[in-house]
Design a protein around this ligand. Sequence first.
Ligand SMILES: Nc1ncnc2c1ncn2[C@@H]1O[C@H](COP(=O)(O)OP(=O)(O)OP(=O)(O)O)[C@@H](O)[C@H]1O
Ligand SMILES: [Mg+2]
Length: 297
Amino acid sequence: MTRDRGFEHPKEPAAVSGQEQRVGPEAPAVAFEDVSLAFDDHVVLRGVTFRVRVGRLTIVMGASGAGKSVILKLILGLLKPDSGVIRINGERIDDMTEVEMMRVRDDIGMLFQESALFDSLTVADNVGYKLYEETDMPADQVRARIEEVLGFIGLEEYIDRMPSELSGGQRRRVAIARAMAARPRLLLLDDPITGLDPITAKTVDAEILKLRDLEHITPILVTHQLPDAFYVATHEVQRQNGRLAIVPAGGRKSEDTEFIMLRDGQIYFVGQAEELLASTDPYLKAYLSGWFPPLVP
Ligand SMILES: Nc1ncnc2c1ncn2[C@@H]1O[C@H](COP(=O)(O)OP(=O)(O)OP(=O)(O)O)[C@@H](O)[C@H]1O
Ligand SMILES: [Mg+2]
């Protein structure tokens, strides 16, 4: 069975439209309403509707070319839809000017699929770029934050290197550190784990959970790496005796991750890990079986 409940949570008020739209802490972090986009005659999105609740992790899946990166670029306002409405924290952005959009982007961290570091800047200046350029934070505090986020991804000792002196996976980790450095409310991660070794991938998974559970950031994760996606979907970070522990998510916390599957320009599935694993839909089963043969007979 395919389902499209548009990220509707049963307890949330329905309809994010017109004057009913709320602006403020309860508004969805992201809302797409009937969004369509084509490049010439190639239709990429056809009437896509979903909502991302603040503080929830959303995992976007779909075949190569399904439109995952396009969705992130629409959220950032780097692309504009042909029709439909896009809101960030309750504010309509699809009709904003570039100048207005820059203010909205201040609160969004983005890891592009290509990593895209500034080649002429050191690791430290790459990671601290937004803090140096767009905030009044004193230089010593910026440096402390750079060291902190490089510590998260295990690259403190590379702080003064140039990007050309890093491996591909190290560059990707620096790009992840840069995306999270300014503590954005919304963090868009386009395929962060691909190309990383399994141990580093796990540290990135743990970081995503820490950002959601401790810093109350709303992450949107695009990934093809289903084992990592299921790991983050089924775990949470807790403080235990002053230390951080990653434990299986239980109770309400287990509802704090939602999967969204794109197919043929539309949302093919929205739901939680166990619903996805239990699905009898042939396409979903085929998609999962490549990764989980023992789980999906
Ligand atoms: N600027 C553009 N101009 C023309 N076509 C584009 C542009 N950007 C994306 N597309 C097309 O839109 C479709 C969706 O692209 P998108 O980058 O969102 O795919 P994706 O789901 O992220 O795939 P992957 O898993 O390979 O990263 C593709 O067919 C792509 O060729
Ligand atoms: Mg992509």
